[in-house]
Design a protein around this ligand. Structure first.
Ligand code: 13P
Length: 254
């Protein structure tokens, strides 16, 4: 399975700063890495157009992800951005179900499921985030919680409609805290999720990936990214530094 490294820039960078970061990144990534690893950046909506134009015009080996999509297709929903609008911008991926959206914007499993359906209908790969709180981990409820999140996220997905999917384990306690999950913890969760998903009719072992996110840095990426079951990383803070992001990419043994 080709590994994937996604930089989630979150609510950072205006479009000019985003262009700068993309260009620096492009100069800094070694060519063979670009070919053998899927490298994705996920800027704010306001930067998507500029970044997409550069990727297309300069034929960069970097792909584009959005950070969010509407649960609605069109209509009177002020401020929303639809999956069709993202498709027209050549967006290949979109993050859904991130804990920051679940917690700060009250997104529930039903909304997340609608978003996933909308993305798939526009041939955009959903990066489906899930993960437990510290309390759930300490109470040994994390596997049940994650299992429920996964069931709700993929509800109603049909084999003939699904192209690619990415499942991203992001324990809430590891996001932005500097406290990374151990490779053993990640493998435990991703193995459970993979087993669950592999029983679904839409599962395709060639295209569905299982990745990790939460305080990934150059100091911990080697062990995580060279584990056979971890297909990549969703990187927050470290993706805003070209040096760190490139080191994370380079830590994959090819
Ligand atoms: P950090 O890498 O900053 O912990 O963020 C992880 C994340 O939320 C990626 O989506």
């Amino acid at each position: 399975m080709k590994k994937i490294i996604i930089g989630n820039w979150k609510l950072n960078l205006d479009h000019l700063e985003a262009i700068q970061l993309l260009q620096k990144l492009n100069y800094s990534i070694e060519e063979d890495k670009e070919e053998k690893i899927d490298i994705v950046v996920s800027p704010s909506h306001t930067s998507l157009r500029s970044i997409q134009t550069i990727i297309d015009t300069d034929k960069l080996n970097i792909q584009l992800s959005a950070q969010d999509v509407s649960q609605f297709s069109e209509g009177p929903y002020t401020g929303e951005v639809s999956s069709h609008q993202l498709n027209k911008l050549n967006v290949s991926y979109c993050i859904v179900g991130h804990s920051e959206r679940r917690i700060e914007f009250n997104e529930n499993d039903e909304i997340i499921n609608k978003k996933i359906h909308n993305l798939i209908s526009e041939d955009i790969t959903p990066i489906i985030c899930f993960g437990e709180s510290l309390e759930q981990r300490n109470n040994d409820q994390y596997l049940d919680h994650i299992s429920n999140q996964i069931d709700a996220a993929v509800k109603g997905l049909r084999k003939d409609k699904v192209n690619n999917l990415i499942f991203a384990y992001e324990p809430i306690w590891a996001i932005g805290t500097g406290e990374v999950a151990s490779a053993i913890d990640v493998v435990e969760v991703l193995s459970m999720v993979k087993e669950k998903i592999s029983e679904k009719p839409f599962y395709d072992s060639d295209t569905v990936r299982f990745i990790y996110g939460g305080s990934v840095t150059p100091d911990n990426s080697h062990e995580l990214l060279n584990s056979k079951i971890i297909d990549g990383a969703l990187v927050g803070g470290s993706s805003l530094s070209v040096e760190k992001f490139v080191k994370i990419i380079n830590s994959i043994d090819l």
